[in-house]
Design a protein around this ligand. Structure first.
Ligand SMILES: [Fe+2]
Ligand SMILES: [Fe+2]
Ligand SMILES: [Fe+2]
Length: 401
């Protein structure tokens, strides 16, 4: 089912219309839908938020592009609304948070596996181990606040154990920058990957910044502040993979191709037919955006989009568990650190390294992620289940006597 980006023209921008009713649909079910439906909604909301963000920044920079950006941006906004409003009202903020981290782990794992450039793949594995630890810290918080098992939300697709500890993820800003891909030689897939993960991390950051102060529990307030800071680091890291020498139109065109690719991936894996229909419609809308920008690229830059875009879309991003891969990376790379743009073992950082100084300062009055998880060990069904289990073995023991 490979999709030809040049042949498939999708829905023209002028025919992309909405009504309030169409935009505000019946949400998915928190419990009955697959956990990956939740992660897809979280991802596509983030991708659309980034489509808006980029178009606003470019509009500030170009009078020529401004009307074109305004036209396409309105569609992106309404797409984002429709997608984000699929979130069910009974899904608590901490539960959405678990969805964000599960998404970060599984999608970054898929990207790391398919990334052709070894340095970029290393970067995805590096970041993945950090979001993996966030899932564990937020699971501890979920137990603390709600007394609930995180697997109600993650549906046991993803392990709930420590990764690279959040308390050591705090790096000096200069140790979060990475070497960008070279736009002239990089595989188109590498560009789509970098744009996808940057968008997704940006939304994670913005979500934590919005909801963090809504908690009463002081550990929750601190934990969101701490992890939001890492998400800012992740945006710095992944954003720096993008070649700054690409023109605005080139980046815009790639962004639209990335949006097509993401909806197309959602479509390939979606199990809920009502939501599948949304992904199909938005594949067509994004193809409409892409062709709109391809025309601009030809007319304004006098360049051929085929220089930049892949002919066919790559294999879809895999919305599935990557447990074996994640465990392997965890066992081999958890002690990796970064020094400038390069990766080193933690033993190679001198004690006065700027990142260690920065970390010592940030953690000098305590570490929320350590406090939140103190004494927490995930077990099925939380502590109540453990109690019931103990009761069970007592009864079992009696029966055997
Ligand atoms: Fe995270
Ligand atoms: Fe992250
Ligand atoms: Fe778009």
């Amino acid at each position: 089912m490979a999709l030809d980006l040049f042949k498939e023209k999708g829905t023209p921008v002028e025919r992309q219309s909405f009504t309030w009713k169409d935009m505000v649909r019946r949400p998915y079910s928190k419990m009955d839908d697959d956990a990956f439906t939740r992660t897809r909604v979280i991802l596509m909301n983030g991708i659309e938020a980034d489509a808006l963000r980029m178009k606003h920044i470019f509009a500030r920079r170009s009078l020529e592009l401004r009307p074109h950006l305004a036209l396409v941006r309105r569609a992106e906004h309404h797409q984002q609304t429709l997608v984000n409003w699929l979130t069910p009202p009974d899904q608590k903020v901490i539960e959405t948070t678990l969805g964000f981290e599960q998404l970060a782990i599984e999608v970054t794992a898929s990207v790391a596996i398919h990334e052709p450039d070894p340095y970029l793949a290393q970067t995805y594995r590096f970041g993945m181990l950090e979001d993996f630890d966030h899932l564990y810290r937020y699971s501890a918080l979920y137990d603390r606040l709600e007394g609930q098992d995180p697997n109600n939300i993650t549906q046991s697709y993803t392990d709930i154990i420590p990764g690279r500890p959040t308390s050591v993820e705090h790096r000096h800003p200069l140790d979060d920058l990475r070497r960008p891909y070279d736009a002239k030689t990089a595989a188109p897939l590498s560009k789509l990957h970098a744009l996808t993960i940057t968008a997704s991390e940006f939304q994670t950051h913005d979500y934590y910044m919005t909801v963090g102060p809504t908690f009463t529990d002081p550990v929750a307030r601190q934990l969101y502040a701490e992890i939001a800071s890492i998400e800012e680091q992740h945006v710095t890291q992944y954003g720096s993979l993008i070649d700054p020498d690409e023109s605005m139109l080139e980046q815009w065109m790639l962004h639209e191709a990335m949006e097509v690719y993401n909806y197309y991936s959602c479509l390939a894996y979606e199990s809920n037919p009502r939501i599948k229909e949304v992904w199909q419609r938005f594949v067509d809308y994004e193809l409409g955006h892409l062709h709109y920008v391809m025309e601009l690229f030809k007319n304004l830059e006098r360049r051929d989009p085929a220089e930049v875009l892949p002919r066919e879309l790559p294999e879809p991003i895999a919305f599935k568990e990557h447990r074996e891969f994640v465990r392997k990376v965890l066992s081999q790379e958890v002690d990796m650190r970064s020094d400038g743009t390069e990766y080193v073992d933690k033993s190679q950082l001198p004690p006065d390294h700027r990142t260690l100084m920065y970390q010592a300062q940030m953690n000098s009055e305590g570490s929320p992620s350590e406090t939140a998880a103190a004494g927490y060990k995930w077990r099925p069904g939380t502590e109540l289940a453990a109690k019931a289990e103990r009761m069970g073995s007592v009864l079992e023991g009696r029966r055997l006597q």
